[in-house]
Design a protein around this ligand. Structure first.
Ligand code: HEC
Length: 227
């Protein structure tokens, strides 16, 4: 027993002298028993690389692609007029978030409605086109929630055509413009967000188009599940 204690104290002394007390600081690089992927083969920024034919380590962006959040200017700045932003969410106002303070707003934002060059028939057409590209596959071309995916029983997408869809007091069926905008931006439940793919202005164009679908159904009295 005596020898056990002696060797135990001896071993403890050796370990403490080699590794130091817990929490003690050292200028030396840490001992790496398991390296945790700290060291990997990589190209450092601005460094050259023999791997690529042009000798550059960093690669040029792939032709025809845009980095997420990149904005294509609406028109040349020559006339001095500031075009309405087409960009992706970058602020906290209604135009960027669909929210006014803690609540969803309703109605299109003034950034859209105040500019006749933006707010016109082409805006709604653009919404129709974008809805067709991004939403109809799940929500159906008429917005009734019966897109192609529903045929395979994969998803139950929201039905924009359910009774009460134009009545703000009907919480089950009505979604405020800002709420629809927010769902496009961030997704909700089973639906993913499209904020990185669809520009701000296009998101509002989609909202406007969904409203026109609902109004058309209401005016015509046709409530059949159109496809
Ligand atoms: C991949 C299928 C899919 C696509 C594409 C899709 N959605 Fe959805 N969406 C859903 C599903 C599923 C729900 C129900 C989400 C839940 O409640 O879990 C939903 C719900 C919604 C809701 C209601 C959310 C709420 O408040 O209850 C809105 C608004 C909406 N989607 C708008 C859109 C718009 C606009 C687009 C096009 C930009 C779009 N969605 C594209 C599947 C989709």
């Amino acid at each position: 027993m005596k020898y056990f204690f002696l060797s135990y104290i001896f071993a403890a002394a050796i370990i403490v002298s080699a590794f130091g007390f817990r929490g003690s600081k050292s200028e030396l690089p840490p001992l790496e028993i398991i390296p945790d992927m700290d060291h990997q083969a990589k190209v450092k920024y601005q460094a050259s690389s023999e791997f690529f034919a042009d000798g550059r380590g960093a690669r040029m962006p792939v032709k025809g692609t845009l980095p997420m959040g990149f904005e294509i200017p609406a028109k040349p700045a020559a006339d001095g007029a500031k075009p309405a932003r087409v960009a992706f969410t970058s602020g906290l106002g209604y135009y960027d978030t669909g929210k006014e303070g803690d609540f969803y707003g309703d109605g299109l934002p003034k950034e859209i409605t105040s500019d006749p060059a933006v707010f016109n028939e082409a805006f709604l057409k653009r919404g129709e086109q974008r809805f067709g590209i991004h939403c109809a596959i799940c929500h159906g071309a008429s917005g009734n929630g019966k897109g192609v995916t529903s045929k395979y029983g994969i998803l139950t997408a929201f039905n924009f055509q359910q009774p009460g869809n134009t009545d703000p007091a009907n919480a089950a069926a009505y979604r405020a413009d800002g709420a629809i905008f927010d769902v496009i931006t961030n997704g909700k439940g089973l639906m993913g967000g499209y904020g990185g793919n669809v520009t701000l202005r296009d998101r509002w164009a989609i909202v406007a188009y969904i409203r026109s679908l609902q109004l058309a159904a209401k005016e015509s009295g046709v409530t059949l599940p159109l496809q």
